[in-house]
Design a binder for this molecule. Structure first.
Ligand code: PMP
Length: 459
């Protein structure tokens, strides 16, 4: 049948995988084909129902069947399906969304620049920072600092910002001028006898020394996630951000918060910046911005950045950077409807409450010999699996426990993500009490099965 050939071909050519996935197993089994969504659940082509505990890619705040977002898209498609924002033109839905983002920003922001993805947003922001530094006569200030393990995207510049070998290897990344500092991961990076505050202090000193070594006049910005997502759900020590910001301010290094995962209620406050006390010069937003029903991301910059950029572009005659889809009317309309639902239905407060229930449930499981650490904040959690709690050792190589657990969980109707041996949970914000309990029950069952497997191996 031609139809089935077509769909087979589609499966075969669809090879885009993140490095966490086991490529060989993928080739043998083929991908899980998800056909439909229903609230926090997704349904595969065989009719199996899964609780989607990763909200897709950390992004589907409103779940997989929110009619009001579909309606917003249809209304916009019927009114103005496309217009652009080049050459002094704009359209109402992009303007309304920009105004709403400025209104909601945790610190005064001046302007919004839209892109189609988080990667592009980081890419453009780096260019805007370089442009601004040229404008203010600081042409040497171009280096960018981010975290080892931080995730910021995969384009040339955003991939350089990302601190993961899997994004660099084979692609000649990172580009020169991108520097990475230690992951604020106390469980793995803390030294014997060191407490969390001393650990944070050591990392602040590391940043200070790096800036001094490179020359403060060459460092443009520190760009980081308030809490790290794709690097393993890493919650920094409570004093970390205050100390890091002091160092940056002292050297006039711009502070950028990549809120692509942490924005719009995920950490139990509207933005991760509020949870962690960050006052950024610029922010990157995406994912929960539109619940990923439409691709859209936003760069927010403060007046200090904007004023210099505007002057420079007037002098040059153009700001030569923009995408056909920047501020796309349909994506903007969906994002605006999405944010209004998150706000009006108090989903941030709901996420804080559900997050507490989820984390309490996970902590109750942490007697398991497999759980090294449970960490999280709001409705995002990381459970680091180990085969020996004292040495914190993985089982025969990093990633084996994580992979086995993820496979079991999938069989038990639970979609999670393994980042090495850390199991990430990031369910839709709309998850309710019964669904949190179901998630925990399926998690516990998968944990028990993983332990049985490990024991049966005699490991
Ligand atoms: N920043 C962060 C913090 C992210 O988690 C991601 C995606 N996981 C990105 C940027 C890149 O976004 P995109 O995949 O839309 O390019």
């Amino acid at each position: 049948m031609p139809g089935s050939n077509d769909s087979l071909a589609a499966k075969d050519v669809h090879f885009q995988l993140h490095s966490y996935a086991d490529a060989r197993a993928h080739e043998e089994k083929g991908p899980l084909i998800i056909e439909r969504g229903d609230g926090v659940f997704v349904i595969d082509e065989q009719g199996n129902r899964y609780l989607e505990a990763m909200a897709g890619l950390w992004s589907v705040a409103l779940g997989f069947s929110e009619r009001r977002l579909v309606d917003a898209a249809c209304r916009q498609l019927q009114t103005l399906p496309f217009y652009h924002t080049f050459g002094h033109k704009s359209h109402p839905s992009s303007i309304a969304l920009a105004e709403r983002l400025i209104e909601l920003a945790p610190v005064p922001m001046s302007k919004v620049y839209f892109t189609n993805s988080g990667s592009e947003a980081n890419d453009v922001l780096i260019k805007l920072i370089w442009y601004r530094n040229n404008a203010i006569g600081e042409a040497r200030r171009k280096k960018i600092i981010s975290h080892v393990g931080g995730y910021h995207g995969v384009t040339g510049l955003s991939g350089s910002l990302t601190g993961l070998a899997s994004v660099h290897t084979g692609f000649d990344l990172p580009l020169p001028g991108f520097l990475h500092v230690t992951t604020p991961h106390f469980y793995r990076q803390g030294r014997p006898g060191e407490n969390e505050e001393q650990f944070a202090e050591r990392l602040a000193l590391e940043l200070e020394e790096l800036i001094q070594r490179e020359g403060p006049e060459t460092i443009a910005a520190f760009i980081a996630e308030p809490l790290m997502g794709a690097g393993g759900v890493i919650v920094p020590p409570p004093t970390y951000w205050a100390r890091v910001q002091q160092v940056c301010r002292r050297h006039e290094v711009l502070i950028v918060a990549d809120e692509v995962i942490s924005g719009f209620g995920r950490t139990g406050k509207r933005f991760g910046c509020e949870t962690f006390g960050i006052a950024p010069d610029a922010m990157i937003l995406s994912k929960q911005l539109s619940s990923s029903y439409q691709p859209i991301a936003a760069v927010l910059i403060n007046e200090k950045l904007y004023a210099a950029i505007a002057d420079h572009s007037h002098a040059l005659g153009v700001l030569g950077t923009g995408f056909t889809g920047s501020g796309h009317p349909v994506a903007s309309a969906v994002a605006l409807a999405n944010i209004n639902i998150v706000e009006c239905e108090h989903l941030t407060e709901h996420a804080a409450e559900m997050g507490q229930r989820l984390l309490a449930g996970l902590h109750r499981l942490s007697d398991s010999p497999l759980i090294g650490q449970v960490r999280g904040c709001g409705l995002i959690a990381g459970i680091e699996l180990v085969s020996d709690k004292t040495t914190r050792a993985p089982s025969n190589g990093v990633g084996r426990l994580g992979k086995y657990f993820t496979d079991r969980a999938q069989r038990n109707g639970l979609i999670v993500r393994a980042i090495g041996d850390t199991i990430a949970l990031c369910p839709p914000l709309i998850i309710n009490v019964e669904e949190v309990d179901l998630l925990l029950a399926r998690f516990q069952r998968s944990l028990g099965e993983t332990l049985d497997w490990l024991r049966s191996e005699g490991a």
